[in-house]
Design a binder for this molecule. Structure first.
Ligand SMILES: Cc1cc2nc3c(=O)[nH]c(=O)nc-3n(C[C@H](O)[C@H](O)[C@H](O)COP(=O)(O)OP(=O)(O)OC[C@H]3O[C@@H](n4cnc5c(N)ncnc54)[C@H](O)[C@@H]3O)c2cc1C
Length: 551
């Protein structure tokens, strides 16, 4: 973006903050909490007077919940969601809920949890998903952000314009009573599908916009108990076939429901008529209230670039995250998961740069890592949107199985990356979850900065490692050198020795694994060890990208 003249705005600046976040939706608030926890002051401004009770995402996926766990929020969010024992089945009905045709069985959260405690082969996430309405999630995130030291949250404050100048950003924020100017080192546009930040940057969107869907959020406190079949045969989603097909989805408190139907053609019944026909057949008297009703645009769009600079150019001051970068809202899609993942990737890179240890390539890697993930999520969400049976399209691959294959701050391994949900420490992959011998998850033992895992091989006490792998003594020496290099840069590094037998099975052949603050593997040892200085420089964005050794 060409620098606009920020001198006039800067002259009137009324406050300074390292990071200004436009948008207090799930991404803006998650980013703010993450930055605050990393010791970075930030301000969130949101144009709405307060988070609103409108129908949007209804589920927090496993990866998003892992990210919330790192922030200390997952238990609070889970407690606010649909109870773990509730059925997550999907029912198909003819004309009304009274005439079920078939039922597709899915594991409840309680069943997923039970499996997760049994299986320790790295294929399970640490957190199961939770049915949590976005209108429940947002106030909880707002509360957490407001309680985080260094974070300021202002609703009723709209980012109006900004200019990049003088090594920072000068932004104009409009509140009811006045126009305020804010000077920030960085601006992050978390301002959703109609992003002002994206518009001011002149960034184009590409992709597909499908027919909009009509949607309503309906309060109907008696319906859940009256759903056919009782507790054992309830579902969380009801697809109703017939002349006017529609979908009814149970919300987290079981007292609210969302109803979706195709945009009304001539003579199409209003949503209230549809609801009465569908639900009235099992619940009389049917007492209900429409809380919100609107048209839902079905977008599958991706921004051409994520920053104010061309891809691969260092020095960006403005970033796009979440729906601002990839408006991808289709029912049951990956919009929310992808958006929360953006915040997790960007937060530590902004903090590292502001704390002085992140090199120029670090912020540049944000787009290189996250844009391909969004493209992949859009492809998967599209496949689901056009499927005859969308509920049977499995999106876990797009949610948990992605790897950062083109990142300049990851030491890439040779050969082809394993695909899908395979447990792998392939550099760029998320570190597979593992229960340690003491029953704690390895993820919980990792520090808030980088962590070097030293995996002890079976029967190996200072002798030779597995075929080709460095000896334990060499690994200990390397860990010491790496700690010294991180210390020189001022970058945080924890050393963790992993002796659990399961770790040897899940992470075979790699004695050392360097994990980033966002749980992605940055480097792993191969047959030989590179220089510790080169590893430290690469992963902190202070060195040239590439492959340091055959991991
Ligand atoms: C109807 C619907 C259903 C959906 N269903 C699903 C689903 O089933 N699964 C799924 O994963 N995802 C779903 N999504 C997508 C999901 O809701 C989004 O991916 C998610 O909200 C993205 O979060 P965000 O913080 O990036 O953007 P948003 O939630 O859109 O938040 C952006 C915020 O920015 C604020 N803002 C806008 N402009 C400005 C400005 N100039 N200054 C200050 N503030 C501003 C807005 O007020 C808003 O609070 C759905 C979306 C919709 C619309």
């Amino acid at each position: 973006m060409p620098e606009r003249d920020g001198r006039t705005l800067a002259a009137a600046a009324s406050s300074d903050v390292p990071v200004l976040i436009a948008g207090g939706g799930p991404v803006g608030l998650t980013l703010a909490i993450s930055l605050g926890q990393l010791g970075v002051r930030c301000e969130v401004v949101d144009a709405r007077p307060a988070p609103a009770r409108v129908p949007r995402a209804g589920r927090c996926g496993s990866r998003a919940m892992e990210i919330f766990r790192r922030l200390g929020l997952s238990a609070r969010l889970r407690a606010a969601g649909l109870p773990a024992e509730a059925s997550l089945d999907v029912a198909i009905c003819a004309g009304s809920l009274a005439r079920p045709l078939s039922r597709h069985r899915y594991l409840s959260v309680a069943e997923i949890l039970a499996n997760m405690l049994e299986v320790n082969d790295g294929t399970m996430p640490l957190e199961p998903p939770v049915i949590l309405s976005q209108y429940t999630l947002e106030p909880l995130l707002r509360e957490a952000a407001e309680a985080t030291p260094g974070v300021r949250v202002r609703f009723g404050a709209e980012l109006f314009d900004f200019a990049v100048a003088g090594g920072g950003v000068t932004a104009m924020v409009h509140t009811a009573s006045r126009m305020r100017t804010v000077r920030a080192d960085y601006l992050v546009g978390c301002d959703g599908a109609d992003s002002t930040v994206r518009r001011v940057l002149g960034v184009e969107l590409r992709g597909e916009t499908r027919e909009p869907v009509r949607q309503a959020l309906i309060y109907c406190p008696d319906l859940y108990e009256r759903l056919p079949g009782g507790a054992a045969a309830r579902s969380v989603q009801y697809h109703v076939t017939g002349a006017h097909p529609c979908t009814l989805v149970v919300q987290d408190d079981t007292q609210h429901f969302t109803l979706y139907a195709a945009a009304a053609g001539p003579g199409g019944p209003p949503l209230t008529t549809l609801f009465e026909a569908v639900a009235g057949a099992v619940c009389q008297p049917l007492t209900y209230k429409v809380v919100h009703e609107d048209l839902w645009p079905q977008q599958l769009l991706l921004a051409d670039r994520y920053t104010d600079r061309e891809p691969g150019t260092a020095g960006s001051r403005v970033f796009l995250a979440g729906d601002a970068a990839h408006p991808a809202s289709t029912a049951g899609g990956l919009g929310l998961s992808t958006a929360v993942g953006d915040a997790a990737d960007l937060a530590w890179k902004l903090a590292a740069t502001l704390h002085g240890w992140g090199g120029p390539a670090l912020l540049g890697s944000y787009e290189a890592e996250r844009r391909p993930v969004a493209a992949q999520a859009i492809t998967a969400s599209f496949a689901r949107a056009v499927a005859d049976e969308p509920w049977s399209v499995d999106l876990r691959d797009g949610e948990l199985g992605y790897r950062y294959t083109g990142s300049p701050v990851i030491s890439h391994a040779g050969g082809a990356s394993p695909t899908g949900l395979a447990a792998t420490t392939w550099p760029g992959a998320r570190l597979p979850h593992l229960w340690l011998d003491d029953g704690n998850p390895l993820h919980d033992v990792l520090g808030s900065g980088f962590t070097l895992l030293r995996i002890q091989a079976a029967g190996d006490q200072g002798g030779a490692g597995a075929r080709g792998a460095p000896t334990d003594r060499a690994a200990v020496g390397f860990a010491r050198e790496l700690a010294a290099e991180f210390g020189r840069l001022g970058a945080p590094l924890d050393l963790v020795e992993v002796t659990s037998a399961a770790a040897q099975a899940v992470y075979p052949g790699h004695r050392l694994i360097l994990v980033r603050p966002d749980l992605h593997v940055a480097w792993r040892s191969g047959d030989s060890l590179p220089s510790a200085a080169a590893v430290a420089a690469l992963v902190t964005g202070n060195g040239g990208g590439g492959r340091l050794n055959g991991g």
